[in-house]
Design a protein around this ligand. Sequence first.
Ligand code: ADP
Length: 589
Amino acid sequence: MRISFAQKLIFSYVFVILASFSFIAFFLSRNLEANSLQNIQSSLITQAGLIENRIPLERLKQEDIPYLEALAKEFSGKTSCRITIIKTTGRVLADSETPESQIQRMENHLYRPEVKTALTGAVGVDKRYSSTLKINMLYIALPLKDKNEITGILRLALPLESVRKTLFALRRTVFTGLFFALALAFILASLITGRTVQTIKRMIRVSRRFSEGDFSHKMIDLPADEIGELASTLNKMASDLEDKIKQIKAQNQKLSAVFNSMIEGIIVVDKDLRIVSINPEIEKLFNILKRESEGKIFLEVIRNNDIFEILSSVLNEGKAKSGEISLIAVERRVFEVNATPILDNKSAAGCLVVIHDITEIRRLETVRSDFVANVSHELKTPLTSIKGFVETLLEGALDDRENNRKFLMIIHDHAERLDKLVNDLLSLSHLESKEITLKRSDFNLKEQFDEIISGFRAQSKKKAIDIKNELPSSLQVTADRDRIEQVITNLVDNAIKFNKEKGLVRIYSEEIKGRIKVTVEDSGIGIPVKDIPRIFERFYRVDKARSRELGGTGLGLSIVKHIIELHNGSTGVESAEGFGSKFWFTLPQ
Ligand code: ADP
């Protein structure tokens, strides 16, 4: 059972009143009882003394029962006491409450305590339950003396009913007083505690709101006492708390904005390897859901042993660790994993893992090293030849009239190749440098193609290739003319180089979504399906030896791609091995 503060206060008031009243009532009634008994006793003794003188001793000696009986009754009527006259043998001679006929049958009174005392010559007093009258009585016994000899006993008895009644009346008064005092105490306590309890209740209501995070209400009208002080301390605490919560919320928002928008994947685990949090990047990467993952064991959600091992060792050793892992979903991707312990008192309470996609970095590194290897290789071949023939010439072939010219021609061809290669490399690096600015102008694309095709006349004639320029004569474009010329040259050159004898080259255009798509189609050797995705890469060639033989560097298509992309266009190829290829590029209109 819950007892309220107000009830406790009221109870304590009532209890104090009750305790003090009980104390007073107890002592008062005890004192009063003793006093009244004393008074009654004294008056009985006085009365007994008066009666004693009126009893004729000779009648006593003669045992004149009727006389003594009449005397007892007379005195009893006057004193309202029970009067008994007893012989020294204990035999009752007269008793005011017993009829004469029954006197003879009365018990011997010799061993009544008051009678025993009276027989010694003193006044006997006793208070006890009378078996004759069935009530509490006060007995006084006096010796009846003839000179110095005790001839009988006079006993006066008074029922203690009146004492009981007096005490009862007193108790009733005390109880009535007590009742009123309690009622008054109750009312006063209620009034006094009412205001305090009201304030406390208000404090409870407001602090309950505080605990629910509502700080908009504060405690007002505070009393100038300790409770008021407590309430104002609570108010102060609430506003401090509100500030702190606001700060924490703002910090949390910032943190979660960073957490959610990071391109790195982030996992936080506790020391038992349970996932505490993951960010959207991790959801995407491992195809999992944040709400379903949090609280679960790491390996249950992310079945990656490499990350798990890194995590475990960070938690065991309390030191940061990193590693590289590869994941294969659609394609193989490489990730750098950095795991740092979250320290709590020098031991790891958890671990923060940052997963960073480094596929592109690794790819670029490979591309760069491949490129260096490719360039060196491409340069080395002609240089070796040139060196070889120069040495041959120096060693005497210079005077060999039949061959010296042939050797010089070979040196010249290789030098030309070197020159082409270096030129292609230069233009590629220029295109890739991003510092390039296009010199745009309006020109007719069909005329541009015609001009270039005529430059390839000799080559196409040699293989009896028919080149058809089907572009509309009105086709105007706005672009960097020199660069587009480079694109056309490379595409037409390839279409002839990789064509068959008596092959066909068709150039045509179409308009798609506000863009012009120009296609150079040939009926040549085509490109194997596996090579198609890499055909625009630098130095990528289906058949290296053949390309070299045909004077190619493997950079042509790469240059095409770069130039078209600088014009915000796109390039592509469709090809069927053995049947021919269609290289296309688009330009915004
Ligand atoms: P290059 O022509 O100097 O070898 P490119 O970059 O122009 O270099 O071409 C790369 C490779 O693409 C060529 O080696 C060849 O294997 C292939 N290729 C280009 N154009 C065609 C085409 N029209 N038909 C078949 N293969 C082609």
